[in-house]
Design a protein around this ligand. Structure first.
Ligand SMILES: *[C@@H]1O[C@H](CO)[C@@H](O)[C@H](O)[C@H]1NC(C)=O
Ligand SMILES: *[C@@H]1O[C@H](CO)[C@@H](O)[C@H](O)[C@H]1NC(C)=O
Length: 493
C-alpha cells in the first residue's frame, strides 16, 4: 500500500489545495478562540455564571464525598464522563507550556481565556493532592460509564474514587501532576503570586512522593486505569519530566543535578518517536534544550543531542523512521487511533524547538544535512493547516471552524439533547438511541478537534461509533492552543 501511487486526479487535487492555502490564509485567531472555548464544554462540577458553552450544566457535584474529600471540578477527558488524572495533568502541563512560550502572541482576551482554562484544571489538581503522599487519580468507573450513553448532568454510574499512595505508588501520574503544577506555577508567577506559590510548593511535595515511592500506577491500579490510560512507557519519563519542570520553575540546583544524575537510569534518550500523555521523553529533551541553546546549561548538552535526533525524525523527507509516516495528503501519521493527539503534540515540539533555535541563531543537524527553524515552523504549520481544512476531504477537524466540520462527534453531552431542550432524565440505556442516530449532534462542542483519520488514507467517515476518529480529547487541544497562538500572530510564517 505504501508504494501505491495516487491517481492523477488526486495529485491535481492536492496541487489545488496547496495553491488555495497559499492565497486564502486561515483565521488562526478564530481557531485559537475556539480551541480554548472547547475546555468549557469539558468542565465537571459547578459551572460559573461566565460559562459560555451554555448547553452544559452542573455535574458530578458530589465527587470525592465517598472518601470525605472534595474532588469536584476538573475536566472530563474526552467524550465520556470520567475524570482521569493522568491525561488531565498532561493537558494542564501542555496548556501551561502553550502559554509560557506563546502567551505573548495572544490577544489579552485569548490569553485570559487560556489562563482560566489552566486554573480550572489546577484548582482540581490542588484538591487531588491535598493529602501528603496521596494522589487521587480517577473519579468514576470506566467500565460502568462506558456501558452508558448519558449526559454528565444525568450521570448515575458509580463515582468511585481511586488513589495512589505510599503502598500503592504511581510515579507516572504523580510525576506528571508535579510537572503540571510546576508549569502552571510559572504561568501564574506574575499574575497571581500567592496562587503560584501554592502550586509550586505542591509540585515539590508531589514530586518527592513520586520519586520516593517508585512504581507505575498501572501496576497499583491495573484493572482500573488500564483499559484507557495504562502507562505503557513506564514512569521514568515522568520523573525526568517533573524534575525538568521543577528545574524551570524553581531554578534550584537539586533538580538540575537530579536530571543529570538520572539521565541514563531514567532513559532520557529513549524517545520512541512519540510525545503524549504516555511518553514524555521527547518533551523533556526539547524543554531542557532551551537552556542549552541559551548557553545557560552546557552541563545538560546531551539532552539537546537527543532533541536534535527526535526533531529530525519528524521532518517529512528527512525521516527514515517507520514510526513516523505521512499520509498522501500530508498528515503526520502514527498507528493506533486518535491520531490528532500525535499531530498536535509533535507539531508543538517542532514549533517550540524552532523558536529556541531561532533565538540562539542555530539550526538542527540532521545527519549529513540540517534543518532551519523556518523549516520546522513550516512542518508544524502544515499540520495545523491540515487540521483546519487543507486536506483531501476538504473538512476542518475542528468543530465549529470553517464551513465543513465533523457533525457526529463521539461525545455524550454534545450528542444528547441539552437539559434545556429535554429537561427530563435520559437514563443509561435510553441514550443509546441518540448514540445510534444518523442525525448530527444537537449541541455544538465548539473548538473540539477529533481524532481524525486513523489510517493513512486521509479518509474520515464522521461516524459517532468510531471513537478512534470521532472523539475529541483535552490533550489533542492543549498543544494546539500554543500552535494557534503563534500562527495567529505570524500567519505568513
Ligand atoms: C477571524 O475571526 C474572528 C472571529 O473570531 C473575526 O472577528 C475576524 O473578523 C476574522 N478575521 C478575518 C480576517 O476574517
Ligand atoms: C481506512 O479508513 C477508512 C474509513 O474508516 C476505511 O473505509 C478504509 O477501508 C480504511 N483503509 C484501510 C487500508 O484500512
Amino acid at each position: 500500500m505504501a508504494n501505491r501511487s495516487p491517481p492523477a486526479t488526486f495529485l491535481l487535487f492536492l496541487a489545488a489545495v496547496a495553491c488555495g492555502a497559499a492565497a486564502a490564509r486561515h483565521n488562526y485567531s478564530d481557531a485559537l478562540y475556539k480551541s480554548i472555548l472547547f475546555f468549557e464544554g469539558q468542565r465537571s462540577g459547578h459551572l460559573p455564571p461566565s460559562q459560555r458553552i451554555s448547553w452544559r450544566r452542573d455535574s458530578a457535584l458530589h465527587d470525592g464525598a465517598s472518601v470525605g474529600v472534595d474532588l469536584t471540578g476538573g475536566y472530563y477527558d474526552a467524550g465520556d464522563n470520567i475524570k482521569f488524572g493522568f491525561p488531565m495533568a498532561f493537558t494542564t502541563t501542555l496548556l501551561s507550556w502553550s502559554v509560557i512560550d506563546f502567551g505573548h502572541t495572544m490577544t489579552p482576551n485569548h490569553l485570559s481565556d487560556a489562563i482560566t482554562a489552566i486554573r480550572w484544571a489546577t484548582d482540581y489538581l490542588l484538591k487531588a493532592t491535598s493529602i501528603p503522599n496521596t494522589l487521587y487519580v480517577q473519579v468514576g468507573n470506566a467500565f460502568r460509564d462506558h456501558s452508558c450513553w448519558e449526559r454528565p448532568e444525568d450521570m448515575d454510574t458509580p463515582r468511585t474514587v481511586y488513589k495512589v499512595d505510599a503502598s500503592h505508588p504511581g510515579s507516572d501520574v504523580a510525576g506528571e501532576t508535579s510537572a503540571a503544577l510546576a508549569a502552571a506555577a510559572i504561568v501564574f508567577r506574575l499574575r497571581d503570586p500567592d496562587y503560584s506559590d501554592r502550586l509550586l510548593q505542591r509540585a515539590v511535595r508531589v514530586f518527592d512522593f513520586a520519586d520516593q515511592y517508585r512504581g507505575a500506577y498501572s501496576s497499583s491500579l491495573h484493572n482500573v486505569v488500564c483499559p484507557c490510560y495504562c502507562d505503557f512507557s513506564g514512569y521514568k519519563d515522568e520523573l525526568l519530566w517533573g524534575a525538568a519542570w521543577l528545574h524551570k520553575a524553581t531554578r534550584r540546583r537539586e533538580y538540575r543535578e537530579y536530571i543529570k544524575r538520572n539521565e541514563e537510569v531514567l532513559g532520557a534518550s529513549d524517545t520512541k518517536h512519540e510525545f503524549g500523555w504516555d511518553n514524555k521523553h521527547a518533551g523533556v529533551n526539547v524543554l531542557i534544550s532551551k537552556e542549552v541553546l541559551m548557553g545557560k546549561d552546557d552541563y545538560l548538552r546531551s539532552f539537546k543531542e537527543n532533541a536534535d535526533d527526535f526533531i529530525c525524525s519528524l521532518l517529512p523527507g528527512v525521516s527514515s523512521h517507520p514510526e513516523i509516516q505521512y499520509s498522501p495528503g500530508g498528515l503526520l501519521f502514527k498507528t493506533g487511533g486518535s491520531n490528532m493527539q500525535h499531530v498536535t503534540s509533535l507539531s508543538f515540539l517542532l514549533l517550540a524547538y524552532s523558536n529556541y533555535l531561532s533565538h540562539a541563531n542555530s539550526h538542527v543537524p540532521c545527519g549529513a544535512s540540517s534543518a532551519s527553524p523556518a523549516e520546522l515552523r513550516m512542518a508544524a504549520k502544515r499540520q495545523v493547516d491540515y487540521i483546519l481544512g487543507d486536506n483531501p476531504m476538504g473538512i476542518s477537524y475542528m468543530v465549529g471552524y470553517g464551513n465543513r466540520y465533523p457533525q457526529h462527534i463521539h461525545h455524550r453531552a454534545s450528542s444528547l439533547p441539552s437539559l434545556e431542550a429535554h429537561p427530563g432524565r435520559i437514563g443509561c440505556k435510553a441514550g443509546g438511541a441518540y448514540y445510534l442516530s444518523p442525525k448530527p449532534n444537537p449541541n455544538l462542542l465548539i473548538g473540539a478537534v477529533v481524532g481524525g483519520p486513523t489510517n493513512i488514507s486521509d479518509i474520515f467517515p464522521d461516524a459517532r461509533p468510531i471513537f478512534q476518529q470521532s472523539e475529541p480529547t483535552t490533550y489533542i487541544n492543549a498543544p494546539l492552543v500554543g500552535l494557534l497562538a503563534y500562527f495567529s500572530a505570524h500567519p505568513y510564517d
